[in-house]
Design a protein around this ligand. Structure first.
Ligand SMILES: C[S@@+](CC[C@H](N)C(=O)[O-])C[C@H]1O[C@@H](n2cnc3c(N)ncnc32)[C@H](O)[C@@H]1O
Length: 204
């Protein structure tokens, strides 16, 4: 792990215990979007950057879930939400260098993760690799707005959330998907909140 990754990991470890409280105001909107997205998960499912496990309650019962995160602090918090769920397995692992075989998962999920992954293109390449060829990738991500003024403001404000959490608010995730080798014809994007919060569904 390089210095940049260590810095972001430390920031998430630092906020892990209070993360759910800090994010609480946003969950009114997000909980609804999480539920809608995760209804579509099936089979062997990987959640990348599972954080404190906010998505765990929304997965259908039959899903066999593996959740990874490079922050041990966040994984510890997620474990509290798992309790007796035998179908959920949590591991500390780097999304940019996953230990899984190629074509391992039917579904791969990310929510609010590609704002933080230090090398997003490498993380997305890894997702493409571990997702089965007929598999699907379900993403709920906030991105930089294309609006001239709002996008510029997001660039200016970005150092603040980056310093506190390790999250960027000005990531161009659609462009990063193309850089990672995904075909735009297989990517379906829906705006959920202005052009900032997006639901992205990819057929691998
Ligand atoms: C903003 S939080 C979102 C957590 C969760 N997905 C949610 O919806 O609440 C981003 C998470 O991505 C994790 N993360 C960032 N880069 C990562 C990487 N390279 N490998 C694994 N996890 C990573 C962070 O540790 C953090 O838990």
């Amino acid at each position: 792990m390089d210095g940049k990754q260590e810095t972001i990991k430390k920031r998430y470890n630092r906020v892990a215990r209070i993360y759910d409280i800090l994010e609480y105001p946003m969950e009114t909107g997000f909980s609804k979007w999480r539920e809608e997205l995760l209804n579509q998960a099936d089979g062997k499912t990987l959640e990348v950057g599972i954080g404190t496990g906010k998505n765990i309650p929304y997965y259908p019962e039959q899903v066999e879930l593996t959740g990874i995160d490079f922050s041990p602090g966040m994984i510890e918090m997620a474990k509290k939400k798992v309790k007796d769920k035998g179908n959920v397995h949590l591991q500390v692992m780097d999304a940019e260098n996953m230990e899984f075989e190629d074509n391992s998962f039917d579904t791969v999920v990310t929510s609010c993760v590609f704002c933080s992954v230090p090398d997003p293109v490498q993380g997305l390449k890894e997702i493409r690799r571990v997702c089965k060829k007929e598999g699907k990738i379900l993403m709920l991500e906030h991105v930089r707005s294309n609006h001239k003024v709002i996008g510029k403001m997001m660039d200016i404000v970005n150092p603040l959330p980056l310093h506190i959490y390790g999250a960027n608010i000005n990531r161009r995730t659609f462009d990063n998907l193309l850089k990672a080798g995904f075909d735009s014809r297989n990517i379906q994007v829906n705006d959920l909140w202005f052009d900032i919060v997006k639901k992205i569904i990819i057929s691998n």
